[in-house]
Design a protein around this ligand. Structure first.
Ligand SMILES: NC(=O)c1ccc[n+]([C@@H]2O[C@H](COP(=O)([O-])OP(=O)(O)OC[C@H]3O[C@@H](n4cnc5c(N)ncnc54)[C@H](OP(=O)(O)O)[C@@H]3O)[C@@H](O)[C@H]2O)c1
Length: 254
């Protein structure tokens, strides 16, 4: 999607996006190499989003609060880390509704959940976190500095999500070999809710299919992938991203 966007904006003589599989024990070398070669930007994914942070010169305050970096920009040799995952969450949600004053139920407390939690609280929602490991849910709440005002629940309490305006899945249930699973039983989904699934493969997860059947408005994980990438594109290039082109590239891979 990045390369298609460079071509569409006529900047493909200056930018090319390529992938490298970096082992954890080679991360420091990879970052040194990027400095040496003057690489403009680095997109980091699992398992490097946290471990890359001490290797950078500057961390954007939002990335610091989230505790993870997915975007590194090289400005004349100074490497600065950003997080755009939270924009991948709030941008598509706010195209449907304002999050201010809404009650968001977040299921999951891993890396993606941290970005979700920051984003929805930043936009004025009240948050409840449901996770199998309750200590990790507490750590996410502590991390965004809202420990006292965030509800923390074990997954056994999942029936309570029925009262939420927005339900967000940030667990890996529904993905890959867990495609037949869902973190929220269909009984607790209802008309009028917005249901967002961070899982993007498959495109239509079991959670989204059941939410749609219950009359909820659904947001696909592919939108999160798209909008975090759009924010990244704009940080790297300073050019407004061609959203339709980037979306169509992703949709061709569904
Ligand atoms: N759309 C996007 O752009 C985007 C971006 C990032 C991530 N994601 C997706 O978000 C999902 C989470 O990624 P992540 O990086 O946050 O992973 P992670 O840090 O490994 O967190 C995994 C989460 O899933 C929960 N979980 C795993 N297996 C479970 C099970 N059997 N029952 C209940 N809960 C279970 C974990 O609960 P415990 O804490 O109890 O172990 C934890 O909350 C993945 O599907 C990933 O593909 C999407």
């Amino acid at each position: 999607m990045h390369n298609a966007a460079y071509a569409a904006c006529g900047i493909d003589d200056r930018f090319v996006f390529t992938a490298a599989h970096v082992q954890p024990d080679s991360l420091a070398d990879a970052i040194r190499g990027a400095r040496a070669m003057g690489i403009r930007g680095i997109t980091c994914t699992i398992p490097h989003k946290v471990s890359v942070m001490p290797l950078l010169d500057v961390i954007d305050p939002v990335a610091n609060r989230i505790g993870a970096v997915n975007t590194v920009v090289n400005d004349a040799g100074i490497l600065k880390g950003y997080n755009t995952d939270w924009l991948g969450v709030v941008t598509p949600l706010e195209r449907i509704t304002s999050l201010s004053g809404k009650h968001v139920a977040l299921v999951g407390a891993g890396g993606a959940a941290r970005a979700v939690a920051y984003g929805v609280v930043e936009r004025g929602a009240t948050l409840s976190i449901y996770n199998r490991n309750i200590e990790k849910a507490r750590a996410v709440a502590d991390g965004i500095g809202e420990a006292g005002s965030v509800g923390i629940h074990p997954l056994e309490d999942i029936a309570k999500v029925k009262d939420a305006d927005v339900i967000i899945n940030a667990t890996s249930l529904g993905m890959g070999d867990k495609a037949h699973e869902t973190p929220v039983p269909a009984d607790y989904l209802r008309n009028g809710q917005i249901v967002f699934d961070a899982v993007y493969a498959p495109y239509d997860t079991r959670l989204l299919r059941e939410a749609q059947a219950a009359g909820a408005t659904i947001v696909h994980g592919l939108d999160m992938l798209l909008y975090q990438g759009i924010a990244q594109f704009e940080i790297y290039t300073g050019v407004t991203a061609p959203e339709d082109i980037m979306r169509s590239v992703l949709m061709n891979h569904v």
